[in-house]
Design a protein. Structure first.
Length: 367
């Protein structure tokens, strides 16, 4: 078992800066949990407190039910993979991977067995005699992961391990790390600012902002049911559109008015929006939930095209109503030019709404 529990964990630096504020996170045995958020949100500090590299100001850290607050890093049975790989340049790949085991005085035959097995898993057997400078970025990253694997830790910690790689290699390494998690059947905690990494790799995502945990859930749950405007805008690529609209009642319907358009809310949302009649709310709609229409029809939004981004499999369109910008994601066979007038119909059952003052979701999740 390798369950990790953070109970009201807080980190306060000198000067009263609260880098992490009352974080409550449970990582179940064998889960792949990703901490995600913008730079400075406290995700790396949280990971370093789990590793023992940062002291915990308040709260309790448990690994397998045992309190770890004051346990030295070397005695926590965790292994950490850093952003800069942290390999010894004067040592071979084999020596880098074996170093920690030699410090612990593991028998030579056992070291040899573990290093070769890790090298086989990571497909770096032919590099064991090379120095790090003779390796590519992706190969160095594999060595850093291999050094963690040979320790047989209870928990693997990854601190933005792919941020130094080029885009193509990042995609490849994401797949390899996900596959590695399945093969090792291990507990992994992974930090990134890249929500695509979080969505594609995690069993569970922890979204953080300004030191606080905003929401925890599976990737698809957070995508479909964000708890607030920040999570809605952070999860998804391109990000969710937010339009300020006024809620109006028309017979038994709820209408959303922006000035340049007036659209009808989905019936399932009416009871939640009715209390906002006469007020403004944020209307959130994802770019992929805007359907192109060749003409103006009921519930369509009229926009001007400002930027066209052809990406091969689809097109990202940067648009504007009379007063507000938005982005649409559409199929490549449609032809658009900058300055065109276009029409898009939002899939209103997919719409999300947020209180203008609190920025909290107006429609509750099905939990």
């Amino acid at each position: 078992m390798a369950k990790v529990e953070l109970k009201s964990i807080t980190k306060v630096y000198d000067g009263g800066v609260r880098a992490v504020d009352n974080a409550n996170i449970v990582v179940e045995d064998k889960e792949f949990v990703v901490l995600v958020g913008p730079s400075g949100c406290g995700k790396s500090t949280t990971l370093r407190m789990v590793a023992g590299l940062e002291d915990i100001t308040e709260g309790e850290l448990l690994i397998d039910g045992e309190q770890m607050n004051d346990v030295p890093p070397k005695d926590r049975n965790i292994a950490m993979v850093f952003q800069n790989y942290a390999l010894y340049p004067h040592m071979s790949v084999y020596e880098n991977m074996a170093f920690g085991l030699r410090i612990k005085k593991v028998p030579k035959a056992e070291i040899d067995k573990r290093v070769n097995e890790a090298a086989r898993i990571l497909d770096i057997e032919k590099f064991l005699d090379r120095k790090p400078k003779a390796l590519s970025g992706g190969q160095r990253q594999r060595v850093a992961v291999g050094r963690a694997i040979v320790r047989n830790p209870k928990v693997f910690l990854f601190d933005e391990p792919l941020s130094n790689l080029d885009a193509k290699l990042r995609v490849q390494m994401r797949a390899e790390l996900s596959d590695l998690h399945l093969r090792l059947n291990a507990t992994m905690i992974y930090v990134t600012h890249d929500q695509v990494e979080a969505m594609t790799m995690a069993n569970k995502i922890v979204v953080m902002k300004d030191g606080k945990v905003q929401q925890i859930g599976s990737p698809l749950f957070l995508y479909n049911y964000p708890i607030n405007k920040f999570v809605a805008g952070f999860i998804g690529s391109p990000p969710m559109n937010f339009l300020t609209v006024k809620v109006q009642e028309d017979a038994n319907s709820i209408m959303l008015s922006e000035g340049s358009f007036k659209i009808k809310a989905d019936n399932s949302h009416v009871e939640f929006l009715r209390k906002y009649v006469g007020k403004e709310v944020f209307f959130g709609i994802r770019p992929e939930d805007l359907t192109y229409s060749e003409s103006s029809v009921n519930n369509s939004i009229t926009v001007k095209v400002t930027v066209v981004e052809p990406l091969g499999a689809d097109i990202h369109l940067w648009l504007t109503t009379e007063t507000q910008p938005l982005v649409a994601r559409t199929e490549p066979h449609h032809i658009f030019k900058v300055g065109d007038t276009a029409y898009f119909i939002p899939r209103m059952e997919k719409a999300r709404f947020f209180d203008k003052e609190t920025e909290l979701a107006i429609i509750p999740s099905p939990e």
